[in-house]
Write a protein that binds this ligand. Structure first.
Ligand SMILES: Nc1ncnc2c1ncn2[C@@H]1O[C@H](COP(=O)(O)OP(=O)(O)O)[C@@H](O)[C@H]1O
Ligand SMILES: [Mg+2]
Length: 461
């Protein structure tokens, strides 16, 4: 009998075929979803309405990664959520099998292979790089040394007009009290080498936009990381007559989405010179505030956008003197919920609710500009559903990685459950037939890239 280690046991997992090596699991338990390159056998398995990522790996590593992911969750880091470690597996012949680490599949995560593809906009690329840089800096602030930063070990999610990056592979990670500059430099060095390799692979496969250069991309990552780190932790010195600079440092960090939990302020004996240095910095300034006010759990930029809308609502309804929490509740029931509840059930897999709301606000803005009138939110939502949402590929589990666009032709993977097995050749049928694959034929890679407001305007104009 296998052993389950889990903080939140899910009884539906118990009857799965644990005595079978993961690579031979029957297709009825699997879903073909995009994923990065991996060392181990990794499969996505379905149980009821849940989807989990399963990784077959030796017990020691599985337990270690499970615990690290748990620590990261406790520290509110964007990382995949650990579910269980299944160990003590034996096959039908009584031979021992490796353990399996189960994590919750990260819904709405985007495969990086389609994100840098030909036609991608320059500002989209910068946003993707920034999302990676923020993730790395957040991990470093917590004392987490990743040891294996690569594009395959990062998942991206839409976050208003930007992206949020998640850690997916913590196997080589180490959690320390704090990291030395040397440790951070080491991690960044690994990131450079791996990500450079990943971009070169994309380039070789014709999947990297021609205007992008791998070396330039990793240089940008490094430069932006150094910039962010300096802003987050650097010492600032000024004269005693410039005390406003304390406040402006706090505001700058808030604008980047961080809160200062501890600021070290030192004054020279004569009071002429003041030095400040943030000592404890927490990410998620806006998302925490939105969560406190409304209970909505969103990405950082989505939260910023929603909070702006809440402020606008407060001003428009003349409630500046009313308690913020009261107005927030009203905004939730008068604005947010009616709009996201309008999403037809068959379109619910396209975007998460906060992203829908953000995109409707954009849509409404352009519609109001064009028609020179104040468009009500529900009217904009109807247009958005018809013009935008209905035409988007599903993203809750994007199937785009099943489609590899190369030199204009579309090829299928040999095994949709395992991209590492390469492509099916013309003569051979795919090893496993999968209905998801047919749907994937219809996915338009270019439309995955961005909520393209320009295209939207052109269409409407
Ligand atoms: N919880 C998850 N949600 C979404 N994708 C996942 C999840 N876990 C793994 N993956 C995908 O599977 C790939 C391999 O997983 P990873 O943990 O990196 O394995 P390895 O240790 O073998 O590199 C990742 O690149 C990612 O694309
Ligand atoms: Mg990996």
């Amino acid at each position: 009998m296998p052993r389950f280690l889990s903080a939140k046991p899910d009884a539906r997992l118990i009857p799965l075929p644990w005595s079978t090596p993961l690579s031979q699991w029957p297709a009825e338990h699997l879903v073909a979803l995009p994923r990065g390159i991996s060392r181990h056998v990794v499969r996505f398995i379905t149980v009821g309405d849940g989807v989990f990522a399963a990784k077959e790996v030796n017990q020691e590593l599985a337990l270690r990664e499970y615990r690290l992911l748990h620590d990261l969750m406790r520290l509110h880091t964007p990382a995949v959520e650990p579910v269980a470690v299944v160990s003590g597996r034996v096959d039908d012949a009584g031979e021992p099998l490796d353990s399996i680490l189960l994590t919750k599949h990260l819904d709405f995560s985007l495969p990086y292979r389609s994100l840098f593809s030909p036609g991608v906009r320059h500002d989209t690329v910068i946003r993707l790089l920034d999302a990676m840089v923020v993730l790395l800096a957040r991990l470093h602030l917590l004392g987490f040394m990743w040891g294996d930063v690569s594009l395959s070990n990062i998942l991206f999610r839409r976050d208003a007009g930007s992206f949020a990056a998640y850690l997916v592979d913590a196997e080589t990670g180490e959690l320390h009290d704090r990291l030395s500059d040397g440790q951070r430099a080491h991690d960044l060095g690994i990131a450079r080498i791996n990500i450079f390799g990943d971009f070169c692979d994309l380039e070789a496969g014709g999947l990297l936009d021609e205007s992008l250069d791998p070396l330039n991309l990793v240089d940008t990552i490094e430069a932006r990381y150094q910039e962010l780190w300096k802003e987050l932790t650097g010492i600032e010195e000024f004269s005693g007559s410039e005390l406003y600079r304390i406040e402006s440092r706090v505001r700058r960090l808030n604008a980047l989405g961080f809160d200062i939990a501890e600021l070290d302020i030192q004054t020279s004996p004569d009071g002429q010179r003041i030095t400040i240095q943030p000592k404890v910095v927490d990410a998620g300034h806006h998302s925490r505030r939105l969560m406190r006010l409304t209970g909505l759990d969103t990405e950082e930029n989505q939260a910023r956008r929603l909070l702006n809308d809440l402020d606008t609502y407060r001003a428009r309804t003349n409630q500046q003197h009313v308690d913020e929490a009261v107005v927030a509740h009203e905004w939730l029931t008068e604005c947010f919920e009616p709009v996201v509840n309008m999403v037809p059930a068959d379109l619910a897999d396209k975007r998460d609710p906060a992203q829908v709301y953000h995109e409707v606000l954009d849509y409404r803005w352009y519609m109001s500009q064009r028609e020179k009138r104040e468009v009500p939110l529900t009217e904009a939502m109807r247009g958005y559903i018809k013009d935008v949402l209905r035409n988007l590929p599903d993203e809750v589990m994007s199937r785009a990685a099943l489609v590899q666009v190369q030199n204009g032709d579309t090829r299928q993977l040999a095994n949709p459950y395992d991209p590492s097995m390469g492509f099916a050749t013309d003569e051979e049928e795919p090893a496993v037939h999968d209905p998801w694959e047919e749907a994937a034929q219809d996915v338009d890679i270019s439309s995955l890239d961005h909520f393209d407001i320009d295209a939207l305007r052109a269409k409407k104009g």
